[in-house]
Ligand binder design. Structure first.
Ligand SMILES: [Zn+2]
Length: 455
């Protein structure tokens, strides 16, 4: 058992004295009284916890020393949220690697593994492993996409619903479908919308079609997306899409999605993930797309680690990648569009690495996307913004009344936090330190290790 670098005192009520937190994550009428401390927008505070919730936020030193430990400027952060994941794919790498490391290789390898292996128990065990890992890292909410081509939706959605119930109170779980966009021109698409509705999920797809798999923007995109918005409207669903995850600048679906949403007067929330090829467009087309997204009320989530891995990879030449594979996140934010970062895939053909750690995702995003100099309020992209997009108003911020589900770091500054992996963080749930021991990969050996004879 390990509880990170410190353990709070026993009892129902204590104060984390002399800690620091980003001002942009503090929602408190007295926040203006908190003194700046350290780099970025950090401020010094005492954070009181009672009965599992944040009870008070006061200037550092304002609290009686008997009420809790002096944490000597340690950072306190709200538990982060992972807005875009694929828990159904996670951890299959040992039995189904991606030979080329690119998107095409990933799709092919995943389809092969899905057809062969994704029975309910296989999906459930890998999902459970992922959730236990994320929980130990301090993650409080996750949205997962589930591969939804028949017959997989009928297998994976019931597993998801059981997991959501089993994990209630520890990790808030949300779900979205993912299938080729033209599925919504078929009866299977209607059935899928029903499954999503029965599961309280988001209706989603990828902006690729089965009919024209080689087309970066499928010819049936407008018709299919319009149909998706209609099916979502009829069922009161929000929408979560994989858009333009491509190194090909001819992938220009995002603006079409935005215009279709406005044309049908869609009233729900829309989240678009990836949008990588937007970074390869002209400034004029980027500006036009951003304006359309703002009109449609679209939020964007970037998946920096995965897209740096997949995009601009050469499979048959000696060639170094020339771009980072990420979308124009700074321009999107400057245009007033809500932007988030998330973890996406984990040890599967779309990403060979990853550990369900949103603090690590944020840390890598800072470096991949230059979310620094200044740090500004970019940390909200891993916390407050995904919480707002997920409709979880008690999450991603520090405020009185919110659950004391926190990460406490030995690091005292952005510099210390971003420079060193925070392996020794203390994770508080309801104010108590949880066991942060990670599940052992060996648990999955019988599922994912290929036998010698199969190699
Ligand atoms: Zn994804």
């Amino acid at each position: 058992m390990t509880h990170g670098f410190f353990t709070p005192p026993p009892g129902d009520s204590h104060v984390l004295r002399h800690v620091r937190a980003p001002r942009c994550l503090i929602e408190d009428p007295g926040a203006g009284r908190l003194r700046p401390a350290g780099d970025g927008d950090l401020v010094a505070l005492d954070l009181a916890i009672e009965a599992g919730r944040i009870a008070a936020i006061a200037p550092a030193g304002a609290t009686d020393a008997a009420r809790g430990p002096d944490l000597d400027a340690s950072l306190v952060l709200p538990g982060f949220l992972d807005l875009h994941t694929h828990l159904d794919k996670g951890h299959i790498w040992p039995r189904q690697p991606n030979a080329t490391g690119d998107g095409a290789g990933a799709s092919q390898a995943t389809a092969q593994d899905r057809t062969k292996n994704w029975h309910a128990e296989d999906v459930r065990r890998r999902m459970d492993f992922a959730l236990r890992t994320a929980y130990a890292k301090g993650v409080v909410a996750i949205r997962t996409h589930l591969d939804s081509q028949a017959p997989q939706a009928e297998i994976s959605f019931p597993v998801f619903r059981a997991m959501r119930e089993a994990w209630a109170g520890r990790i808030d779980l949300q779900v979205s479908s993912i299938a080729p966009v033209d599925v919504f021109l078929t009866e299977e698409g209607v059935r899928l919308a029903d499954i999503v509705a029965e599961s309280g999920g988001n209706l989603g797809c990828v902006t690729r079609s089965m009919r024209h798999p080689a087309e970066p923007t499928p010819p049936e995109i407008d018709e299919s997306i319009t149909r998706l918005f209609q099916l979502a409207t009829e069922r009161g669903l929000n929408v979560d899409l994989h858009v333009d995850e491509s190194t090909d600048p001819r992938a220009r679906s995002l603006i079409r999605v935005a215009r279709a949403a406005v044309a049908v007067g869609f009233k729900g929330r829309i989240l678009c993930g990836h949008c990588t090829s937007l970074a390869l467009q002209t400034d004029a087309f980027i500006a036009e797309t951003l304006a359309a997204c703002r009109d449609a009320g679209i939020a964007i989530v970037s998946l920096p680690t995965v897209n740096m891995y997949l995009q601009d990879r050469s499979v048959d030449a000696v060639r170094t990648p020339r771009w980072r594979g990420v979308t124009v996140l700074h321009e999107l934010k400057a245009a007033g569009i809500p932007v988030a970062v998330a973890g996406d895939n984990c040890r599967d053909p779309f990403y060979a690495y990853g550990d369900h750690d949103m603090l690590d995702t944020y840390t890598q995003a800072v470096k991949i996307l230059h979310l620094d100099h200044p740090f500004g309020d970019w940390i909200r992209a891993a916390s407050a913004t995904p919480a707002a997009i997920m409709g979880l108003s008690q999450r991603g911020v520090l405020k009185v009344g919110a659950p004391a589900d926190l990460m406490v770091l030995r690091a005292r500054s952005y510099s210390e936090m971003l420079a060193r992996h925070q392996f020794d963080r203390t994770v508080l749930r309801g104010g108590r330190a949880i066991d942060t021991t990670l599940p052992d990969y060996r648990e999955l050996d019988d599922l994912v290790m290929r036998r010698l004879a199969d190699r």
